[in-house]
Design a protein around this ligand. Structure first.
Ligand code: CAA
Length: 628
């Protein structure tokens, strides 16, 4: 797959200009194309006006705007721009025929390696891929408004999308600083599938006079931790968007998704909802029961259908919609038995038009919480990749993440197949530290419990027999830097940054930073970092010996895996003993260390691997180590 350097965004409207801005900001040579020059100019205006305002407010430097604009070109010649592009993102009017014609034109002139993505929110990616003619190089990149700022991108696999194309789109989203979630090519993908009928149900509540708009908005804000309820939001984004989206879902998923009469009326009369008034808290429970019923019923259904994972669905709500809770985390809060009752009430009313998810039935009948993981373990042969996956909070370490991290490393330690591990983070951070929200109101005793937990996990990694490589993909701040310090090898992506910013929060490092950092880089350098809280780049970190080496962002994981697989080919017991000799030796005097080494190396002679390793050398063949 060719490297993506030049990006073409077709459509300079709200979404297209936002996507073009995000691409240009991330350093891609970006062209924005539209049918008329005035549309292109308007697209530039949408980018420049808010950024100029940020400069005036002192929130942005002019040279940063200049840098973005230097990466950005506008044109009306789609063919000429498509000839040059490595990635084309289509963000034109949501009509199949218009998109079909566009893809046919692009297919005629584009490079044979071009990757094409549609930003459609309601059409089939697989059908659109047919009009391009090479479905293997076609997929969906569904951005959320405002596309330059909103962190979420749904990466959609059409039927023909190859794994290489999917990962090119995924990596592109990551380079934009977005959090990608994988979704199947199903109408509404993940987020709109539950969000649009959720808005529609709010309209039905209004129509049935269960409550007025102000009450429905207030009840929603209370339960979801939002600042704009369904009606305030629809007024803000425009009624037609919600109406058209619901109509598309209606055609695909049937009667339950039919737009509410009041929504159709507002759309036809081009009116806004009346949202003024004093909310009536006595009606909150009735409102919540219905809205949560829709939310829980549909999200459980879409996961059962394989549209997205539970974790991805929660990220969709947290990042795409800026809700305070994901639907599955919310089900855990109210209890899955209660969640099932809410969904069942709608099923009783609508029958087959609102099917009851089998997984929700199963969990709800036992009142079992969903197991929502923030730490993912992926075993690839003899190597385990452990990913901290809480990008909505830059992978900040709270007790749940720490506990899961400990469990992940215990599983890796106990897995006889695994000989080395790679630790990394999802999104733009490795780990941005211990969770400040979790710590802000802690008492000293609660802090003691969290620090003890954190230190235990970090020490577990350090003392584990199997080597661990930290693949630092972004911010490694506070507890994140301390986590990396416990690993045996530290690789950093070019854009990674390190810091121990704790003193700026009125505390100091607590997951081993005051101990391991001076041992690694010397006390004076460590004190400078700890006392100033300064951020350093990956290159500076390499210079002071904090990391083994810096690699290009795209090569970080491949390089970490290469080293891990190389280690995995060596004698595992010898490596475990060597790790212990180094670690324990550093904690003691030289004579004790040498005694440790003597015992340790002597022990290797009691292993079958020592016999195999030396015999293989003499027989001029590759050793086959078994870890015995
Ligand atoms: N704890 C909790 N939430 C965090 C977090 C943390 N350590 N770091 C980031 N987040 C959250 C943010 O609050 C934000 O959430 P909302 O969207 O809900 O507001 C989200 O992650 C994204 O972060 P930003 O919008 O701030 O992202 P940015 O790119 O603008 O900035 C950053 C990135 C410079 C890393 C900034 O997030 C930051 O400074 N984070 C805090 C870093 C820090 O001080 N770490 C030390 C923690 S203390 C510690 O670790 C103690 C110890 O020794 C164990």
């Amino acid at each position: 797959m060719a490297k993506i350097e030049k990006v073409l965004v077709v459509g300079a409207g709200t979404m297209g200009s936002g996507i073009a801005q995000a691409a240009a900001t991330a350093g891609y040579k970006t062209t924005m194309v539209d049918m008329k020059q005035e549309f292109v100019d308007a697209g530039f205006g949408k980018i420049k006006t808010p950024l100029e305002k940020r400069i005036t407010e002192g929130k942005m430097r002019r040279e940063d705007l200049d840098r973005i604009l230097a990466n950005l070109k506008g044109t009306t010649d789609v063919e000429a721009a498509a000839r040059e592009a490595d990635l084309v993102i289509e963000a034109v009017f949501e009509e199949f025929k218009i998109k079909e014609d566009l893809f046919k034109r692009i297919a005629k002139v584009a490079k044979p390696t071009v990757v094409v993505a549609t930003n459609t929110s309601s059409l089939s990616v697989t059908q659109l891929a047919k009009s391009f003619g090479a479905p293997d190089r076609f997929g969906g990149l569904h951005f959320f408004n405002p596309a330059a700022v909103n962190k979420l991108v749904e990466v959609v696999k059409g039927h023909g999308t190859t794994p290489e194309t999917f990962s090119a789109l995924w990596d592109f989203a990551l380079r934009l600083g977005k959090v990608p979630i994988e979704t199947k090519d199903s109408f509404g993908f993940c987020v709109n599938r539950f969000f649009v009928p959720f808005l529609n149900e709010a309209c039905r509540l209004l129509e049935e006079k269960v409550a007025d708009a102000a009450t429905i908005d207030a009840a929603t804000n209370e339960v979801l931790g939002t600042t704009m309820g369904p009606f305030a939001l629809m007024n803000f984004t425009g009624i037609p968007i919600g109406y058209h989206a619901e109509e598309t879902l209606h055609q695909s998923f049937g009667a339950f998704y039919k737009p509410a009469d009041v929504l159709r009326e507002m759309f036809e009369k081009k009116q806004l909802f009346e949202i003024a008034g004093k909310p009536d808290p006595t009606k909150f429970e009735a409102v919540k029961a219905r809205l949560l019923g829709v939310l829980f019923g549909i999200t459980a259904q879409l996961v059962d259908e394989g549209v997205a994972s539970r974790e991805a669905t929660d990220k969709g709500a947290l990042l795409g919609l800026r809700w305070g809770h994901g639907p599955f985390a919310l089900m855990n809060q109210v209890g899955t038995a209660q969640a099932l009752r809410y969904a069942r009430a709608l099923h009783d009313k609508w029958g087959k038009a609102f099917p009851l998810s089998p997984s929700l039935q199963k969990a709800g009948e036992r009142n079992e919480a969903w197991n929502l993981r923030n730490v993912v373990v992926d075993v690839q042969g003899h190597v385990a990749v452990i990913t901290i996956d809480r990008p909505e909070a830059l992978n900040a370490l709270n007790p749940k993440v720490l506990t899961e991290l400990g469990e992940a490393f215990t599983a890796v330690a106990n897995n006889k197949e695994v000989r080395a591990a790679v630790l990394t983070g999802s999104g733009k951070a490795f780990v941005a530290g211990a969770d400040i929200k979790a710590m802000a109101n802690q008492t000293a005793m609660e802090s003691l419990a969290m620090t003890t937990l954190g230190q235990r996990v970090v020490r577990h990694i350090e003392l584990m027999v199997k080597p661990v490589i930290a693949a630092v993909n972004g911010f490694a701040f506070g507890g994140g830097c301390e986590l990396a310090l416990a690993c045996d090898v530290i690789l950093a992506a070019e854009t990674a940054q390190f810091a121990l910013p704790e003193v700026g929060l009125g505390i100091h490092p607590g997951f081993g930073g005051t101990q391991r950092l001076p041992r690694l880089i010397g006390p004076v350098r460590a004190k400078e970092l700890i006392f100033t809280g300064d951020r350093i780049t990956a290159q500076q970190a390499e210079k002071i010996g904090l990391v083994n080496k810096v690699v290009k962002d795209a090569e970080l994981l491949p390089e970490a895996l290469r080293i891990a697989h190389k280690i995995a080919e060596m004698a595992p017991l010898a490596i475990g003993l060597a790790k212990e000799s180094v670690n324990r030796g550093l904690e003691t005097d030289i004579d004790s260390g040498l005694a440790l080494e003597t015992n340790s190396v002597t022990l290797t002679f009691a292993t079958q691997d020592q016999k195999e390793g030396m015999r293989a050398f003499l027989e001029k063949r590759k050793a086959n180590f078994t870890g015995r």
